[in-house]
Design a protein around this ligand. Structure first.
Ligand code: FES
Length: 281
């Protein structure tokens, strides 16, 4: 059993929990995910790791209540335990695997939106721990639904906040903020890492293609069971078919077919849609 040691409401139905899971904490790397199952009947919920403390043996997860399983999960309190907490799964961020000296030559821009701020945080923290300053954009519709701003401020070289309604920071979406940095403030980047809602990642990759900046995206939002079995996270990357949970979750954003992935994501939500997808495969 995996005990909840901390529970905090962040915003916009997004919760943070510290879970006692020493074996996962010992080996997980930024970019990887875990599968949580609340009890015998609970569904498998894949969640990207937000933070880990190897000494305390804890793993921090952040999730948004979007359906019955995550709502059930949010009802668990400190002191209660999840039945399963399996991981680390998936591949670690490709940046973490690069030689430090190579990484130091890169000019990295992390772009996060919504609950996607959580998987970006451990990557930026890792960079800071290895002496690498990176720029980070947190984009949100409005100030009230922004999460992890203070935590990110502590680890980012420069943090840029953008809200669609201008209630906080720069007025505009993540793409407007990238344009502002690159075109008006003459910033140069060798790589963009975008993690957030599918629609945000799609438009960021369209923009970075124009700007000629290689871009990594995380296809975590399309995962359902995280095992390679359900087929929900099947996506086209260039000429290849991949599974986000097995081959990713990170991919070259300029090669991902976002329209197909979003269509599949919508269809997967209904019984009939799932049957149609099976026929297509
Ligand atoms: Fe089910 Fe990847 S999430 S196959």
């Amino acid at each position: 059993m995996f005990k909840i040691l901390k529970k905090e409401y962040l915003a916009n139905n997004i919760w943070l929990m510290d879970v006692e899971a020493p074996r996962v904490a010992k080996s997980c790397q930024p970019g990887q995910f875990v599968i949580v199952k609340t009890d015998e009947e609970g569904e498998r919920i894949p969640l990207t790791v937000c933070d880990y403390d190897r000494e305390k043996g804890t793993v921090t997860i952040v999730f948004q209540t979007v359906g019955a399983s995550t709502t059930e999960m949010s009802r668990y309190e400190v002191g209660e335990s999840f039945m399963d907490f399996v991981g680390p799964l998936g591949c670690a961020s490709e940046l973490i695997g690069m030689p430090i000296e190579e990484l130091k030559k890169e000019k990295l821009l992390f772009v996060c939106g919504g609950v996607g701020t959580a998987p970006v945080y451990p990557q930026v923290k890792w960079m800071k721990e290895h002496g690498i300053d990176v720029d980070v954009i947190i984009g949100a519709r409005t100030k009230d639904i922004m999460i992890l701003e203070n935590e990110m401020r502590e680890v980012a070289g420069n943090l840029y906040i953008a809200t669609d309604d201008g209630s906080y920071g720069f007025k505009g979406n993540a793409c407007d903020q990238i344009n502002e940095l690159v075109k008006n403030l003459n910033k140069t980047y060798t790589k963009v890492i975008a993690i957030g809602p599918m629609i945000m990642m799609k438009f960021v990759t369209i923009l970075t293609k124009e700007l000629n900046i290689p871009t990594i995206v995380s296809m975590n939002p399309i995962m359902v069971d995280g095992t390679g079995m359900c087929g929900a996270c099947r996506l086209k990357v260039g000429d290849e078919i991949k599974f986000a949970c097995v081959d990713g979750p990170e991919f070259d954003g300029h090669l991902v077919d976002f329209d197909q992935a979003m269509r599949r994501q919508r269809m997967y939500k209904t019984e009939e849609g799932r049957a149609m997808l099976k026929l297509e495969e």
